[in-house]
Design a protein around this ligand. Sequence first.
Ligand SMILES: Cc1ncc(COP(=O)(O)O)c(C=O)c1O
Length: 406
Amino acid sequence: MQTLWDERYALRTDNIGSSAIRELLKLTSLPDVISFAGGLPAPEVFPIEQFKEAADVVLTEMGDRALQYGTTEGYQPLREMIARNAAKYGIQITADNVLITTGSQQALDLLGRIFINRGDRVLVESPTYLGAIQAWNAYGVKYVTIPFDDDGMRTDMLEARLRTGIKFIYVLPNFQNPTGVTLSRARRIQLIEMADAYGVPIVEDDPYGQLRYEGDHLPPLVVLDDEMRAKEVPIYSGNVIYTSTFSKILAPGLRLAWVVAPVEVIKKLVQAKQGCDLHTSTLTQYLAYEVANTPWMKSHIHMIRRVYRERRDVMIKALEENMPEGVQWTHPKGGLFLWATLPKGMDSGAIFEDAVEAKVAFVPGASFHPLGGGENTMRLNFSNSKPEMIREGIKRLAKVIKANLK
Ligand SMILES: Cc1ncc(COP(=O)(O)O)c(C=O)c1O
């Protein structure tokens, strides 16, 4: 129904619907529904005791600063810690290359603000992260999509797209959301070289990089990009803007993340952020620093990997045991999701209601395709359900799919 308010909203709101995921999550929080829909970490791995202790230390010893306004760039020791950790991977950055943001979601929004003019073309994987689509729609973006296979983005199809004029490339190299696939090393190098040749920057979104359950670590694009450049300038000034988050290794409720980029890009982002929220919560930054800047952090990440690896394995086994012929799924080496493909002609959106009635939920894959398609796909999250729930949920889902196959 049209109301008077509809006449009043700015034009940019024409492109911002409510996120399909947020709407679905409402349904999936109904009692007894086993939800593979959200991208939620397991609450069992939240370090509640560590935060209790940190809160005591921070408020007792530095409450006057932790409760005060801070700088837009972020809490200096936290920025330095991130720069130190990055240096371990071989990239030369300082705290000046780091901006603390209110979740990676804010980083994506700020990048839209500083780069996207109405009608600009942004290259994304199809499917891609829904939150990025939602953030950039408000800036009047036009998407150009590129398909994926088991090695991630199809870089053999990149050049034709880059020739059409692309503002930036958005890529999730590790355990992609929603597909779970990882960009191979060879393709990482190809992507960097081609982006460089065409003068197109890369936005690298890496919330799951530390959550690898098998195989060798692959360097982030930002590190490879740095390595591949002549080092006349000692501090990173390359072509990649990298973002990661504390959401999956500490807790998403912190709303705490960071961007690594050339200093001049950080300065521009800082100006954009000032108008948004002045700065990310000072208290949260102090707490996270207190918790994360300890030897304990490494063991914590190991523990999360152990828990999620088991859940991934349980889900894959349950799929193998229950799914009818013709249903396929990816084998993610890390992260939180796997991606299932139903036989051609089936529509996962159309069976969603049946699934919720059977008390199991997923996200229909079409929502992750900015230009349409993917109706026969779905995203399944394995981090947020305990193993016995995963087994039961996949049984329920297989039953719904079998019933709809007939
Ligand atoms: C690919 C990707 N980018 C960004 C985010 C947002 O993370 P944050 O909680 O830091 O806003 C997520 C969250 O699931 C994600 O999967």
